[in-house]
Design a protein around this ligand. Structure first.
Ligand SMILES: CC(C)(C)OC(=O)NCc1c[nH]c2nc(N)[nH]c(=O)c12
Length: 373
């Protein structure tokens, strides 16, 4: 294990990068997909299964954990890794985005955000400093700056205000984080769908010489083409020797196309949330197990998969579980989906090493389109 945070590029194929982040709690093979473990749990999964499907790192949320069970309480119990029994790296989101999308009566100012909990209405305030303090109490390995994510579409003046505020908050988070060699604080590029704002945000964050850079404020409802265009504008402005993390993204297709534009890290609720709603991701495309057409189908989701959830259970059985709202339905489909996403990342990493990413990406996409599922 490494004493300090470091990122090494192993291979480059076009703009796609194969790398590895080394930290005291372990290595993160990039491009990486981070299963979302919002409240300190990856819903419907045991942590050893999460590790078993190949995840090197999971995501936790400052907002949810500060409200319940409380950051100080988690710290007293030994930190989030001990609490949730996940000894590998954890990246925590800073909470700003969740405050704006989940809480009630929120008020945003230069100081930070004040809001009421969506759970019990209790009042809270979250400053850049408090966000970093909470992420420290959770003993998070990669901590995100507090930012303001603008929903799209938005007026240019609104996009500029939020982007500039986020830059001032990045400075304050960097100061609050201080010097912690075994951990990292990432900045978040904002700027909506404005090329000028995206460049200004990326250049200002680069000047802060942070250990990693996230691209935020995308996948907020804009077409995929706009998201990809913003990546083509933003990534070249970021230092090549630092990880780039596209927040909240995405579908397997989003991931392929974003890796092709220089992204190294992803997180998305898609595989876990879809699993709880009866949707299976496979190399042949998506299957909605709620659909009656599966009621008598003896085939597994994917006979070639090494994941028991994909290989050992009939679609008929999965359909039955989903229709009966049995917990095992959510468990097996979440297991299948996370396994598929990690297999996709493994496939992507190998293709970049073999300098065959473009060809492999096309083959993977064709597999989804075949539709003989
Ligand atoms: C709508 C979904 C969640 C798919 O994507 C986004 O909103 N994407 C943006 C996003 C996700 N998580 C973030 N965290 C922070 N601090 N800032 C952000 O901009 C984001």
């Amino acid at each position: 294990m490494a004493e300090t945070f470091s990122f090494k590029l192993i291979a480059i194929d076009g703009k796609a990068r194969r790398g590895v982040i080394s930290m005291p709690r372990g290595e993160i093979r990039t491009p990486a997909f981070m299963p979302v473990g919002t409240g300190g749990t990856v819903k419907a999964m045991y942590m050893d299964q999460v590790r078993g499907v190949g995840a090197d790192i999971i995501l936790g949320n400052t907002y949810h954990l500060m409200l319940r069970p409380g950051a100080e309480r988690v710290a007293k119990l030994g930190g989030l890794h001990e609490f949730a029994r996940w000894p590998h790296p954890i990246l925590t989101d800073s909470g700003g985005f969740q405050v704006m999308s989940l809480s009630k009566l929120r008020k945003l100012s230069e100081k930070g955000v004040t809001f009421r909990s969506h759970i019990d209405g209790a009042p809270y305030e979250m400053s850049p400093e408090r966000s970093i303090e909470i992420q420290g109490l959770l003993d998070s390995d990669i901590q995100m700056q507090l930012d303001e994510c603008t929903a799209l579409p938005a007026k240019p003046t609104e996009i500029e205000r939020a982007m500039e505020l986020s830059l001032r908050w990045a400075e304050r988070c960097k100061t609050a984080f201080g010097d912690q060699p075994g951990k990292a604080m990432f900045g978040i590029v904002q700027g909506g769908d404005s090329a000028v704002m995206r460049v200004r945000s990326a250049q200002a964050l680069k000047a802060m010489d942070l250990k990693g850079y996230a691209v935020g404020g995308l996948a907020v409802g804009e077409p995929q083409a706009v998201m990809l265009e913003m990546l083509e504008i933003t990534c070249p402005e970021l230092p090549a020797n630092r990880p780039r993390y596209l927040m909240g993204v995405g579908t397997p297709d989003d991931i392929l196309k974003s890796v092709a534009r220089g992204i190294d890290m992803f997180d998305c609720v898609m595989p876990t949330r879809a699993g709880r709603h009866g949707l299976a991701y496979t190399r042949r495309g998506k299957i909605n197990l709620r659909n009656a057409r599966h009621a008598d189908d003896p085939r597994p989701l994917d006979e070639e998969s090494d994941c028991p959830a994909a290989r050992d259970y009939s679609r008929a059985y999965l359909h039955h579980l989903v229709r009966s709202q049995e917990s095992l339905g959510a468990m097996l489909l979440t297991w299948n989906n996370l396994s598929y996403y990690q297999k996709l990342m493994q496939d992507i990493r190998a293709a970049i090493e073999a300098k065959a990413f473009e060809t492999r990406a096309a083959e993977i996409s064709e597999g989804w389109a075949r539709g003989d599922i």
